[in-house]
Design a binder for this molecule. Structure first.
Ligand code: TRP
Length: 333
């Protein structure tokens, strides 16, 4: 049966990190998995972006493998979606040069992530860190996606990608599709378990503040038992109960229950019971992912076969867009 209407296209990328967190999972990756049926999806490991801060080569290499393996382990399916590693498709860096020459120094200087990161890595404020959003624009524009799922911290970068695309099209003629941000119906903003005012982050010094996708059951339950709450012992969503609200968000994202169902479920119960239930639900959700991961990461040859195939199919799409842009600018092909 041939499809009459083509599926809308989606693109997103994630930086290779050895320690993807429950926040990455519930905030982004779980949605990618759900989007595979409805959309024509392309997902990549954004390894080129990772070297905007100093990386140890051996560690970077193993993190690229493990991030790709986690993507597979979650249920991203190379039969349904294009899954590849950014640096294996050279059109990303090539297009980013064309885009750089059509991006203003002033607009890049306003990027809040650049300001934050250059303050944090004051000894290495490299030009790549500055032009990071241009590479991200290339990642996006090469695949002409309709939608780009991104978290709040990447919204500004998506905006600039749209600006760059519009400007390029205006100057040279129509090349790029203008992408929209995709805000998923479900998708949780997961906060630190130790300081619920802050986003859950693997760079938190306090290891109890975050749960890794690959943590084992005991570790997960221990971290939830230690999660910061308050002294009022009521399990309800409330502005002044950020810790408890965060746990409800997590439990809801994992079980699919609504906040009010959860409030009812735990009425009259204490935080001890609740934290244990959240810990167990999270551990049960992550256990099969961890098991799949162990399987994928132990078969390097198969992983390599999959990411090479992914890069080839990504490049077929990327090359067309790149050549078109080159031609429009006046290069000889
Ligand atoms: N900058 C994104 C992040 O750190 C990762 C990224 C790179 C990305 N290229 C992208 C996200 C293209 C969406 C689309 O989270």
């Amino acid at each position: 049966m041939s499809e009459i209407t083509e599926k809308k296209k989606v693109l997103s990328c994630i930086q290779p990190s050895g320690m993807l967190t429950l926040g990455n999972y519930l905030g982004a990756l779980k949605n990618w998995v759900n989007m595979q049926e409805e959309f024509d999806c392309t997902f990549a490991v954004a390894d080129l972006h990772a070297i905007t801060v100093r990386q140890e080569p051996a560690k970077l290499r193993s993190q690229i493998y493990s991030t790709y393996a986690i993507m597979l382990a979650l249920g991203l399916d190379p039969e349904k979606s294009t899954l590849f590693i950014q640096s294996q498709v050279p059109e990303h860096t090539a297009l980013s040069w064309l885009l750089s020459c059509n991006t203003q120094f002033g607009e890049m200087s306003r990027m809040t992530q650049f300001k934050d990161k250059s303050a944090k890595h004051a000894d290495n404020v490299n030009v790549g860190l500055f032009s990071y959003p241009v590479l991200m624009a290339a990642d996006i524009l090469l695949y002409k996606p309709d939608f780009v799922p991104v978290g709040a911290d990447q919204k500004q970068h998506l905006e600039i990608a749209r600006d760059i695309a519009e400007r390029f099209n205006r100057i040279y003629g129509d090349v790029f599709t203008i992408p929209e941000a995709y805000i998923p119906k479900t998708g949780a903003r997961v906060m630190s378990l130790q300081d619920p005012e802050k986003k859950m982050s693997k760079s938190d010094e306090n290891a109890n503040a975050w749960v890794a996708i690959l943590d084992d059951k005991d570790t997960i339950i221990r971290k939830f038992k230690r999660a910061v709450t308050d002294s009022d012992n009521r399990i309800i969503v409330s502005e002044d109960k950020k810790g408890v609200s965060n746990l409800i968000t997590i439990y809801s994202a994992v079980t699919g229950k609504t906040s009010s169902e959860i409030e009812k479920e735990f009425e009259g119960k204490g935080y001890g019971d609740f934290k244990l239930a959240v810990g167990e639900a999270v551990a049960d959700e992550l256990a099969p992912i961890k098991a799949n991961y162990e399987r994928f990461i132990s078969d390097k040859a198969e992983l390599e076969r999959l990411f090479k195939e992914g890069a080839q199919s990504a490049e077929r799409v990327a090359r067309k867009t790149y050549f078109k842009a080159m031609k429009k600018v006046g290069f000889v092909l």
